[in-house]
Design a protein around this ligand. Structure first.
Ligand code: ATP
Ligand code: MG
Length: 707
């Protein structure tokens, strides 16, 4: 018996306690035999709860070792909650060995463990959306493409979609050639895309960085092609559980089939009515596919909703009834009584809407309601601003999930770029960001010369400088190279000094030191001063300080074993800085752009987020704002064509089913958007619901006019 086995065999929870409080269908699912299983059930019926209980049951009843279980969640927040919930039943060792992660984190752990086999150099970093956009921009400019005609961000997201479909640059080029050959027509944009994609792939490989889509694709390719590694995973992951299965895309589906071995079992839970990511390739028909691909799938149904009052559920049921594309018809029934009526706020304009919502929240606060029990949801991030202003004015604290991306701020990105080059000298994207920031007279000509050397030697820019450094010490060095080196020598010395200091300090002390030494503190506080920003004023200088605190918190969580360094795999244990950089890129919302940083706030505050980001969560009081024509359903045509209206309806359904006790749906008859006054009025979804109850005496809602 190995040490790991000894750890895993520590006592676990009393079995009867695990099933306690579950209803019969839930119990049946939790205590099902070791088999493949599919649970399709409506919102709030306890799918996630069943999944968590199942994990505990697997360990306590079937004596499955925690390290043989893989649980996949949709967000980092959900993974964290899952570990916490499991931690209530199991001892710390079990929780520690269990893999409960998002698809991206799971794949990243595998890539870290098998970096070399996956064609990466250990210590590779993740290219976030911002980095991806700036790399694509650089490539397009190099290729003399017009970035006004085609936005770099558009190409960047098309590259991600191609990767999500498993298509590499080479395959795409072949396809473009074929289209050109067969159609004999001009295929301008896709030809450009193929060129950019191919350069992008090459540079990412050179720079040893992977973007979010790459994390999944590369893992799938690794498992497809390397049977030895695949068999180790098949052996390890005996029980795989997936939450929110309706939102898996084809590459994630394939990943599951590769991870699960002949003797493994996969349990997936989902709700086709809550499938809201088809624009990113998610496909709820994977639920049907699962029944066909996996052997002997046991199916379980959960029908009782534990979350919401019946009035809220009636609104949800009436809305979703209009969808035709449903895998299973469900009618949510709850056990929390009828509850108060859902309020539909019919507001004269968006200002009135914002103030009315803030006023309502104030009155809840006055009644002693905890602010963290309140959520304000909206279809698009741009809608949050008005509510932020109204809440700020009313002195009601709030936190925005996803919208306010701390790690995307320029000053933070600059600081991170310095940190990135210290762990990955191949990261030219990071280097180019800061080589002349703060200004140190390294102009475009110098950069171009450095890039020429790096191209010539197929190395990164830092490596080119290293090469220059060695070269100029020889007596017969060419004069122009000596001059070139003299322009970058100060920067190179700074780089070397940082590299050596990194080894001698605690990480947060080092980051603080780096900010001083590089001149970033001084540079940004000068910038603040020029713009008249005081330190309290959300200044850049203050944000850099917040970054240092964030690193400190991270260190504490590593010390407490919350962020695990995967020592079980043969991989070299990552250094803390790499781990930190990886962690923030994942947590700050890369894998799901709208699911941004989910740090728990140190004080009580209202939650603001998009409906997408609210999936799987619940709040006692929910406000869904901007429930308007052209906003929800969105006027943006999706690539999936006709189904987009059904997807928008599902989105509204997800929003409504987040509410436990009280739901307010609000819309404005007039809205100022992007400086223009527009008259949108109620969403067709509201009209549909109202119409359904036209002759009914028992309406689940009341309309409240706000002027
Ligand atoms: P969603 O579709 O939104 O992801 P879900 O089906 O995953 O929802 P859960 O989040 O697991 O549902 O459960 C909804 C709420 O109901 C939670 O607060 C959960 O604790 C509670 N709940 C679930 N089952 C029971 C039960 N048997 N007894 C009491 N409360 C329950
Ligand atoms: Mg759930």
């Amino acid at each position: 018996m190995s040490d790991l086995d000894l750890l895993d065999s520590a006592p676990v929870a009393d079995e009867s306690k695990i099933l306690e409080g579950l209803n019969d269908s839930q119990k049946e699912a939790v205590s099902s035999p070791l088999c493949n299983a599919l649970i399709i059930a409506g919102a709030g019926t306890g799918k996630t709860r069943v999944l968590v209980s199942r994990i505990v049951y697997l360990i306590s009843h079937y004596q499955v070792k925690a390290r043989n279980i893989l649980a996949v969640t949709f967000t980092n927040k959900a993974a964290k909650e899952m570990r916490e919930r499991i931690g209530m039943y199991l001892n710390a060792n079990d929780t520690h060995h269990l893999w409960a992660n998002t698809f991206h984190s799971t794949c990243l752990r595998l890539l870290r463990a098998y970096a070399t086999q996956a064609g990466l150099t250990p210590g590779f970093l993740i290219l976030d959306t911002d980095g991806q956009n700036s790399l694509v921009k650089r490539i397009m400019l190099d290729l003399k493409m017009d970035i006004k005609e085609i936005k770099p961000s558009e190409f960047a997201s098309r590259i991600s979609s191609l990767k999500e479909k498993g298509m590499r640059a080479d395959d795409f080029q072949k396809r473009v050639n074929y289209i050109k050959y067969t159609n004999k027509k001009k295929s301008g944009t896709i030809e450009k895309l193929a060129l950019v994609y191919s350069a992008y792939e090459r540079i990412c490989n050179q720079e040893n960085s992977v973007d979010f889509a790459e994390i999944l694709l590369r893992t799938v390719e690794l498992l497809r092609s390397n049977s030895a590694i695949r068999e180790i995973q098949n052996e390890r992951f005996k029980e795989i559980l997936v939450d929110e299965f309706q939102d898996t895309n084809s590459i994630q589906y394939e990943l599951l089939t590769l991870l699960a071995g002949k003797n493994s079992h996969v349990m997936v839970v989902g709700d086709d009515d809550q499938s809201i990511y088809s624009w990113r390739g998610a496909d709820y028909t994977n639920m049907k596919k699962f029944l066909n691909t996996f052997p002997d799938v046991h199916q379980y149904l959960l029908s009782l909703n534990y979350r919401s009052t019946q009035n809220i559920l009636d609104m949800a049921n009436t809305l979703i009834e209009k969808n035709f594309e449903r895998v299973m018809l469900k009618n949510l029934k709850g056990n929390n009584g009828t509850g108060s009526l859902v309020s539909i706020f019919k507001c004269a304009n968006n200002r009135v809407e914002e103030l009315s919502v803030a006023k309502e929240i104030q009155s809840l606060k006055d009644q002693g309601v905890k602010l963290s029990d309140i959520a304000v949801l909206y279809r698009n991030n741009y809608l949050s601003f008005g509510f932020e202003q109204a809440l700020t004015k009313a002195k009601i604290p709030y936190v925005i999930y996803g919208g306010q991306k701390f790690f995307e701020r320029a000053e933070i990105q600059s600081a991170l770029a310095y940190l990135k080059i210290l762990v990955n000298k191949k990261d030219d994207t990071a280097l180019l960001r800061i080589i002349n920031l703060p200004a140190r007279k390294i102009g475009p000509k110098v950069v171009e010369s450095l890039r020429n050397i790096s191209n010539e030697h197929s190395c990164s820019i830092i490596e080119a400088i290293e090469y220059l450094h060695e070269y100029v010490s020889s007596s017969d060095a060419a004069k122009e190279l000596k001059t070139l080196y003299s322009k970058v020598s100060a920067f190179y010395n700074l780089y070397l000094e940082l590299l050596s200091k990194k080894e001698t300090m605690r990480l947060h002390e080092f980051v603080h030191h780096m900010l001083t030494l590089t001149g970033l503190y001084a540079f940004y506080s000068e910038k603040d001063a020029k713009e008249g920003k005081s330190e309290e004023d959300n200044s850049r200088y203050k944000n850099l300080g917040v970054l240092v605190s964030n690193v400190k918190e991270f260190e504490a969580s590593v010390d407490q074993g919350e962020v695990s360094v995967d020592s079980e795999n043969s991989a070299k244990v990552e250094d803390q800085l790499t781990l930190y950089l990886t962690n923030i890129t994942l947590v700050s919302g890369g894998e799901i752009n709208e699911n941004g940083s989910a740090e728990t706030m140190p004080f009580d505050c209202v939650n603001l987020m998009t409906i997408h980001a609210s999936k799987g969560l619940e709040f006692k009081y929910v406000f869904i704002c901007g429930f308007e024509s052209e906003i929800l359903p969105s006027s943006r045509k999706s690539s999936s064509g006709d189904n987009s209206l059904e997807e928008e309806r599902r989105l509204a359904y997800v929003g409504i089913t987040r509410a436990k006790e009280q739901l307010v749906i609000s819309y404005a008859n007039a809205r100022t958007m992007f400086g223009k006054n527009e008259q949108k009025g109620a969403s067709s979804f509201i009209n549909d619901i109202v119409e359904s109850y036209e002759n009914s005496k028992n309406k689940p809602y009341k309309i409240v006019t706000k002027i």
